[in-house]
Design a protein around this ligand. Structure first.
Ligand code: GLY
Length: 340
């Protein structure tokens, strides 16, 4: 399998400030033996990184938006809309697993290079909460709208209310009701959140995060994903970080903001992610959540260095940058195996 990539030259390149950029198809689909040009840039930007394997398809769409001249905000929104709209993805948007009363409730946030942000929490019936979050950013004086207020706002902006509970998710919910044991599973099959970070060709940072939250949560529960500083944070002078995993643990430690602050103080993205995961672990030794606690972070700094790191094994993330490597999945290093 080749990891080399075609490169494209389009009219958009001038406006992007690039003379050579690569396509962002998954490496597995690329023909082998393609000559690899030398990038005119540092070989890093644009850089798109997102959590879990559904990040591959999301990255591809985000990359296309960037290559056609869209902004980083356009790109993160379009990217994470992919799993939001896919009923086969059971942890995000349409088809997401419901709370213990059978309601699909969604959380999302988006943040731009100017530190402007928008979020929705506990919104129901709207397939693409990330797009509502963007409207909160652009069209309101607020950062977050929640519940009925978020839904009313979405409807006023032309979003359509839909039933997001697919037959598959309803079936799983009814099966869960038989025992009703809350034991969140966060692993490669049951990931919980798509977070996406972009360092664009101008060196500016953008981010988005969206989820249906923990399956079988209490009605009204909100996790880290819509909370700026917990599920997502960026400072365009420093870097960006985003989280996946048990939202309660990430909120308790202001996870994404801490990763960025550690990078501000000189840590690499990997060191920063690891330090926050270590802190989360330390705070949860002996805690009831420890039994099922998984948490992971992705981070990128202004130099285009990136990393992911998780508490337990099995976290991966998708990266597409302006190199020959292709849109690829990378396994995150981790602190401990699941049996620990
Ligand atoms: N990380 C997603 C959640 O806890 O809801």
């Amino acid at each position: 399998m080749s990891h080399r990539r075609d490169f494209i030259k389009t009219a958009a390149l001038g406006t992007l400030g690039l003379s050579t950029v690569y396509s962002c198809k998954q490496a597995a689909n690329e023909p082998s033996g393609t000559p690899v040009p030398v990038s005119s840039l540092t070989g890093k930007v644009p850089l798109v990184i997102s959590t879990w394997n559904f990040g591959l398809a999301a990255n591809e769409v985000a990359w296309e938006v960037l290559m056609s001249g869209g902004s980083g905000l356009d790109a993160v929104e379009a990217g994470v809309r992919v799993p939001e709209g896919d009923p086969k993805e059971r942890s995000v948007g349409y088809g997401g697993l419901p709370d213990r009363e059978g309601n699909v409730t969604l959380d999302a946030c988006i943040m731009d290079k100017n530190s402007d942000c928008g979020a929705v929490s506990f919104i129901q019936g709207i397939k693409h909460p990330i797009s509502v979050a963007r409207k909160v950013l652009e069209d309101t004086p607020h950062v977050m709208l929640s519940g009925k207020g978020a839904l009313d706002f979405a409807l006023s902006k032309g979003f359509v209310k839909e039933n997001l509970l697919t037959p598959e998710s309803e079936k799983d919910w009814k099966a869960w009701l038989e025992k009703s044991k809350y034991n969140p599973v966060i692993n490669i099959e049951n990931h919980d959140t798509i977070s996406m970070l972009i360092l664009d060709s101008s060196g500016d940072l953008w981010g988005a995060c969206t989820t249906s939250g923990m399956a079988w949560k209490m009605h009204g529960r909100v996790g880290d994903s819509p909370i700026i500083g917990a599920g997502l944070f960026l400072d365009n002078e420093v870097g960006a970080a985003a989280a996946t995993g048990l939202g309660e643990a990430i909120i308790r430690t202001a996870g994404a903001a801490m990763v960025v602050e550690l990078m501000r103080h000189g840590r690499s993205p990997l060191e920063a992610c690891k330090e926050v995961v270590d802190r989360i672990h330390k705070k949860h030794v002996g805690h009831p959540d420890m039994e099922y606690l998984q948490t992971g972070f992705i981070a990128v700094n202004k130099q285009g260095d990136y990393a992911g790191y998780s508490l337990r094994s099995g976290f991966n993330y998708a990266v597409c940058d302006n190199t020959e490597k292709g849109n690829r999945l990378e396994d995150a290093p981790f602190k401990m195996a699941w049996s620990s």
